[in-house]
Design a protein around this ligand. Structure first.
Ligand code: SF4
Length: 425
């Protein structure tokens, strides 16, 4: 999103965006500093930009991490932290004065997006009020700040007007939306609208494409608060996609407590069961950390048992990795990388069998998909169960004449661990 804001401002001021170093007068590098490997990757990217172009402005999370950028690459022109579009623009103005062409100030109403035209991310808040011990996002990005509900809806409306068919609602903590402003009532289209996740996504669910088809609304990074239950009926009613990306991180009470996460996996299992009763088509995606400091074999097995019981559709699992500044680093009994790897492998093997079986149940069914890519061999699309980049896809074997951005009805013919195969009907 930061990149998109910066690109939009640059374009709005008449700068031309170039994909190559050679054709550019200046390079803006947006960095990540969340985990150590991202720090290295970001520093490498800055080094490459300096070597290839020489005029480099650095922005993003790494810029907030002390003077690591300046120390490693003293030749960079300017360094800013995340969400610093104004500062980035000031650096660009200083080193590459803006062009004076009144015609180039035009910018499409949806801004410039990095994602394909038919889906777009809508960031509803920034920062997080939680203090999970493995995470440094709150110290880098601060406490939760929700965007005004009217602004979010206007951005979403602009995107839909510009042809976007799927809105991906993101933030660090989507279900906390509005907590910081006490769920203040804002306005949208002259109607009062609360700054709250349920009310927001219900309003987004009313967007229609030309032709009457409703816009897909997909929820990401939903922290498992009790009020998440409220969105399930909206999913069952087809207002928003029956898809919930809800990180649980672990199942064992002690580990969850050490992580400073809500600690009741029995409760989670009961809720999942209720959600599926209300919305049988619900796709659940979650993430888990294995090898957290002090995790015993028995506690890890409890996580495996939870997964067997929960039958989640999509699971991302990560080995615990100490991030500079995270409280969990100080915990005793760190797990060796060998044991972490072995646990990760066992978890993924189990989850693969679960995912495979769940996808197999779709064979023979007719589903609606959104086409992402088309070539002479067919089309690649996604169903309600597939978020872009992180989930599987649906290969449409006879889809060569479909168009990117089309909604199509297909019959599922085959499946594997992550993906489906289908034909048009
Ligand atoms: S893991 Fe998520 S919920 Fe926890 S502190 Fe980090 S951003 Fe907040």
């Amino acid at each position: 999103m930061d990149s998109e804001h910066i690109l939009t401002r640059l374009r709005a001021e008449g700068y031309i965006i170039s994909p190559s170093y050679a054709d550019s007068d200046l390079v803006v590098v947006n960095t990540c500093g969340f985990i150590d490997s991202a720090v290295e990757e970001s520093l490498d990217a800055i080094g490459e930009a300096l070597a290839e172009n020489g005029k480099v402005v650095v922005t993003g999370c790494l810029g907030a991490k002390g003077d690591i950028v300046k120390k490693t690459h003293p030749k960079v022109l300017a360094v800013t932290g995340p969400h610093a579009t104004d500062e980035v623009m000031a650096a660009v103005h200083a080193h590459l004065p803006r062009l004076h062409d009144p015609y180039s100030d035009l910018v499409p109403p949806q801004g410039i997006r990095l994602t394909p035209k038919h889906f777009a991310y809508v960031k509803i808040s920034e920062g997080c009020n939680h203090r999970c011990t493995f995470c440094i996002i709150p110290s880098m990005r601060g406490d939760l700040v929700s965007r005004p509900v009217g602004d979010v809806m206007q951005e979403a409306q602009n995107l839909v007007n510009a042809g976007v068919k799927e809105l991906l609602v993101i933030s660090q903590d989507t279900s906390a939306y509005g907590v910081d402003v006490k769920y203040r009532t804002g306005f949208w289209n002259g109607r009062p609208l609360k700054t709250r996740m349920t009310e927001l996504v219900q309003a987004m669910g009313e967007f229609r494409q030309a032709g009457g088809q409703n816009v897909w609304v997909r929820l990401h990074y939903v922290y498992p608060y009790p009020h998440v239950d409220e969105v399930i009926p909206l999913m069952a009613a087809g207002k928003i996609l029956p898809y919930l990306d809800i990180p649980f991180q672990h199942a064992n009470k002690r580990i969850l407590k050490l992580m400073k996460r809500p600690a009741s996996s029995e409760n989670v299992l009961v809720r999942i069961k209720q959600w599926r009763e209300i919305c049988p088509d619900l796709t659940l995606r979650s993430t888990f950390i294995v090898g957290f400091p002090g995790e015993t074999e028995a506690e890890f097995e409890e996580l495996l048992d939870f997964l067997k019981e929960a039958q989640l559709d999509r699971v991302g699992a990560f080995m615990y990795s100490p991030v500079e500044g995270a409280l969990a680093n100080a915990l005793p009994d760190h797990i060796t990388p060998e044991v972490q790897q072995e646990r990760l492998r066992r978890l993924m093997e189990l989850q693969e069998t679960i995912s495979e079986a769940r996808l197999q149940r779709k064979i023979g069914k007719v589903i609606t998909v959104l086409v992402d890519e088309v070539d002479e061999e067919g089309a690649i699309a996604r169903s309600a169960a597939d978020a872009p980049e992180i989930d599987g896809v649906v290969y449409i074997v006879d889809g060569e004449s479909l168009k990117v951005g089309d909604f199509v009805q297909v019959r599922v013919t085959d499946s594997d661990v992550h993906d489906l195969w289908a034909e048009t009907i």
